[in-house]
Design a protein around this ligand. Structure first.
Ligand code: PLP
Length: 398
């Protein structure tokens, strides 16, 4: 008999592909040396945080001896931090965002959980396009909801509006989109996002209850060649942008995230939602967002990691994959490639890459077999040095 809840024991038994790769990578690194293993499995940004982060940290350290420097605060974050973030987001999102429209929490992951806890009734559904960030399913079931994947358009991974429309039922409470997208690097176009908002407006009317639209957007800052990342907030009253500084400031371990609600949301409902989120931030045990993170954020808002480094790596990876004969779509944003698995079987192809000491994650782990994900948060030399292995693995499949 397991001492664990059945669901958790089940999760452990079917360990995620990212975790399996992490373990396989550890063994390869111990055997061949870390420099001889080409690890594209993790979306853990390797770039240093921009200088404003260290400056904010130093400025805060000057006050660290004061009473309550690390004290509890309102559950949605310091009022001054919310004000600063709101001013920044108004500019970024092209919509007037007030301090009472934003709430801070523990990473995008923590805020997604706080939001789902606040809105889901047992058995209600959240829909997201496949492929998808695998954690979504866990987050939804944490709160008694049901996660449903909707296929995106074949090969382009653009949102399939017909498939979304067909999947929405009276049980649908939330639709989540993620752009720039993990794992495909796709950035949704303005007309696609507007069409999703229109569909949800119609469906909300049809079922007589609002369907929330979450835009999970920790990669918003990272779009290449001037591609636009349209905001959902001015388009739909029940839209919420959820994000963090994990990627834009390379701060994933500091766990600061936020939600910003549409300024179109009627005032009373907004007050209700914010009260709900403040409560769920607390009762999920997050209590409040990290103190240090908020000080860093205030000093570093508007800064970001050096995007030209990601752009150069993207170019290098595209060259390596093209040279070796892989089929892929150039990512318009984020730091992932999602090529087709030669031969069609992503799991066996990822094993062929492992033979070359290359770590990748099969698309199966993202609800999309037949592809595999490569994260390029690694030095450009790792990409170049993996070229031979990519070519050899490719040659094993006709
Ligand atoms: N959403 C997506 C699509 C992600 O890729 C990630 C992290 O990789 C997250 C959410 C969670 O980010 P955070 O570190 O802010 O919790």
């Amino acid at each position: 008999m397991s001492i664990l809840a059945e669901s958790v024991a089940g999760y452990l038994e079917h360990a995620s592909w990212i975790r399996r790769m992490f373990e396989a990578g550890g063994q390869l690194k111990a055997r061949y040396g870390a420099e001889n293993v080409y690890d594209f499995s993790l979306g853990n940004p390797d770039l240093p945080a921009p200088p404003a982060v260290a400056e904010g940290l130093k400025a805060f350290a000057e006050h660290a001896h004061e009473p309550f420097a690390f004290g509890y605060m309102p559950n949605g974050g310091y009022p001054w931090a919310r004000e600063k973030l709101a001013a920044h987001l108004s500019h970024e999102q092209g919509a007037h965002i007030a301090a009472e429209d934003v709430i801070l929490g523990c990473g995008a992951a923590g805020v997604l959980n706080a939001f789902l806890r606040a809105v889901l009734n047992p058995g209600e559904e959240m829909l997201a396009f496949a492929p998808y960030f695998v954690e979504y399913g866990f987050y939804v079931s944490n709160h008694g909801g049901v996660f449903k994947a909707v296929p995106s358009k074949k090969d382009t991974f653009a949102p399939d509006l017909d498939a979304l429309e067909a999947a929405i039922t009276e049980k649908t409470r939330v639709v989540l989109i993620n752009s720039p997208h993990n794992p495909t690097g796709v950035v949704y176009k303005r007309k696609e996002v507007a069409a999703i908002a229109d569909l949800l407006l119609n469906k909300s009317q049809q079922y007589g209850k609002p369907i929330w639209l979450i835009s999970d957007e920790p990669y918003r800052f990272l779009a290449y060649d001037g591609v636009e990342v349209p905001s959902v907030l001015p388009l739909y009253p029940y839209a919420v942008a959820i994000s963090s500084f994990s990627k834009s400031l390379s701060l994933p371990g500091e766990r600061l995230g936020y939600a910003a609600v549409s300024p179109l949301l009627p005032k009373e409902e907004k007050a209700q939602l914010m009260a709900g989120l403040t409560l769920t931030n607390r009762i999920l045990g997050f209590v409040n967002p990290p103190v240090v993170g908020q000080h860093i954020m205030a000093a570093a808002l508007g800064s970001q990691v050096d995007l030209s480094i990601y752009a150069a790596r993207r170019k290098a990876m595209a060259e390596v994959l093209t040279e070796a004969g892989y089929e892929f779509q150039m990512p318009a944003g984020a730091f992932y490639f999602f090529p087709k698995a030669p031969g069609g079987d992503d799991v066996s192809f990822v094993n062929a890459l492992l033979e070359e000491r290359i770590l990748a994650v099969p698309g199966t782990g993202f609800g999309c077999p037949g592809h595999f994900r490569l994260a390029f948060c690694v030095d450009e030399s790792v990409i170049r040095n993996a070229a031979e292995g990519f070519a050899k693995a490719r040659a094993t499949v006709k």
